[in-house]
Every structure is written in C-alpha cells, then in structure tokens.
Design a binder for this molecule. Structure first.
Ligand SMILES: Nc1nc2c(ncn2[C@@H]2O[C@H](COP(=O)(O)OP(=O)(O)O)[C@@H](O)[C@H]2O)c(=O)[nH]1
Ligand SMILES: [Mg+2]
Length: 268
C-alpha cells in the first residue's frame, strides 16, 4: 500500500545516498548537479550534528579530513542527504592507479543497514568511475568493489568524465572530409560502442554487478540548470522499496523545480 506524502516524510524525511569514488572522480560535482546547486549552499554536519567546514570537500584537500559519517546537504534540495567515501585510495600519493581500499565503506554500509529506522539507513550507493583514468576503460580498480561482496543496498555505477572517452575516439577517427559536427557525432558513437564492449561488459561479468549502470552521457558542466537525468533514472530503477522510490521521486521533482526556477530567472 502506498503512503501519503506526509506519511513518507514522517517515516523518512530524506533520501540518503553514499557516494564512493577516488579523489577527483567527480563525486561532489554530481551531488551538486543532482540538487541543482552551484555549491554555495553546501552544508556538512558531523555524526553529532556539529557543523563542519565545507572546504574539506575541495579537491585539493588531503584525505583524512573527511569522515564517511558526515552528512552533506544542499539547501537547494533538503530531501537529499549524502555521505562521501573520499580518501579510499590505498596509495599514499592518491595515485589514480592505486587500488581502492573499501573496507571502511563496507563497514559503514553494514552498520547503517542494521539501523532500526529507515531514515538512518543508506538507501542507495553511487560508485563513481571516472573515464579519464589512464587505464580507462578497464577500470579494474573500481571493478574490485563489485567482486568483493554483495551490497546490502542498491548500487549504481556512475561513469563520470565521459568526454575523455569521446576525445580519445575523436583522435582515433580516420582522416576524411567530414564536417566537425559529423566528426563529433561519430566520436560519440565510437566512444559509446567502446564503452559497451569494454567497461559495461567488464562490470556485468563481476561477481556482484551493480543493480544499475548509468549511460555514458557526459555532464554539461557549464550548465548549472541541468540535472543528471541518466543517474536519476538509474537510481529510481534500482530502488525496490515503494516508500523509498516515492521519496526519491519527490526529491527528484524538487530538484527539477529548482532547475525550472533558475531557467525562468535567467530569461526574465
Ligand atoms: N571534464 C569533466 N570534468 C569533471 C567532471 N566531473 C567533475 N569534473 C571536474 O573534476 C574535478 C574534480 O571533481 P570533484 O567533483 O571535486 O571530484 P571529487 O573529488 O570526486 O569530489 C573538478 O575540477 C570538476 O570540475 C566531468 O564529468 N567532466
Ligand atoms: Mg569531493
């Protein structure tokens, strides 16, 4: 039986997402996009509800500054709350090829799945896999996560920085007299084919593949008004619980409305 909006908000006021990925994978960027925020309204509180300086999420800050228990929110959309795994590279220098050390992530997920109240549980995991990694598209280090064990909550593999694959495909195009537009179209097509044949296939062949995989669609970083449609659809499809999928849809709609307002403001 479906609950009313008030009943859902009463049971679980916020959709809680854990975002995993190495440094510079594009984690903060997708959170901002999802909430239609420019980042200025970002707020972090620690496990005791104390305010934390948001600059700890800036790309050049060292690991150890951030705690997976910290709650990240954006005033533009209070229906989402995020946790950031940052600092999971095993290498001291955050080498992009160093393996991910995900023990703390599994520990956190297990602990949260034992929380008696649905509002304290994690409702979905986004694992960000950047396509500009030197070893992309093999992404073997992130694949280790899917080989390790089954997750207690839905996992969505999110491919970030997809334009790196398109740039590569563009450089590999044969010499011919096509227009730039045609070339860009062909590069997009080739990048998608390569992605399907390599990354997507490798992920599907892991021991515990993700519940959903986002399409390889580059984010329009310059357009603050567009959300992450592919990621929203993949997340919605991965959620099994009716209350949680209703809550996610509500959170989604709220971001969409913020986006519409920004568009209106920009043209008035
Ligand atoms: N070209 C491109 N750059 C991106 C993308 N996503 C993030 N970035 C850039 O990569 C850098 C690191 O992103 P950030 O979201 O801070 O990564 P985090 O460390 O995982 O939170 C920032 O300069 C972003 O602007 C993307 O999809 N494409
Ligand atoms: Mg970040």
């Amino acid at each position: 039986m479906s609950l009313t909006i008030e009943q859902i908000k009463d049971r679980c006021p916020r959709f809680r997402i854990l975002v995993i990925g190495r440094r510079n994978a594009g984690k903060t960027t997708i959170l901002k996009k999802m909430c239609n925020s420019d980042g200025s309204d970002l707020r972090i509180v620690d496990r005791n509800g104390n305010k934390v300086d948001p600059s700890i999420l800036e790309p050049d800050r060292q690991r150890g500054m951030s705690d997976i228990e910290n709650e990240i929110t954006f005033r533009s959309n209070p229906l989402f709350v995020f946790h950031d795994s940052r600092g999971i590279e095993a290498g001291a220098e955050h080498d992009e090829n160093s393996p991910l050390c995900t023990d703390s992530v599994w520990e956190f997920l297990d602990k949260r799945s034992r929380e008696p109240r649905i509002r304290d549980q994690i409702h979905a995991v986004w694992l960000c896999i950047p396509m500009d990694n030197q070893r992309a598209p093999s992404s073997e280090f992130e694949l280790a996560f899917f080989n390790a064990r089954a997750s207690p909550v839905p996992v969505i593999a999110v491919f970030t920085k997809f334009e790196a694959l398109i740039d590569e495909a563009y450089n590999d195009l044969p010499e011919d007299d096509l227009s730039d537009t045609e070339k860009e179209k062909n590069a997009s097509r080739d990048a998608q084919l390569k992605f399907d044949k390599t990354v997507r296939k490798a992920i599907e062949n892991t021991a515990h593949p993700p519940d959903q995989v986002t399409d390889g669609m580059p984010l329009d970083l310059n357009d603050e008004r567009t959300g992450c449609r592919g990621l929203s659809e993949a997340t919605y499809a991965a959620i099994q619980d009716v209350t949680l999928s209703d809550l996610f849809a509500m959170a989604q709609r709220s971001s969409f409305q913020v986006g519409c307002l920004k568009v209106m403001e920009s043209i008035m």
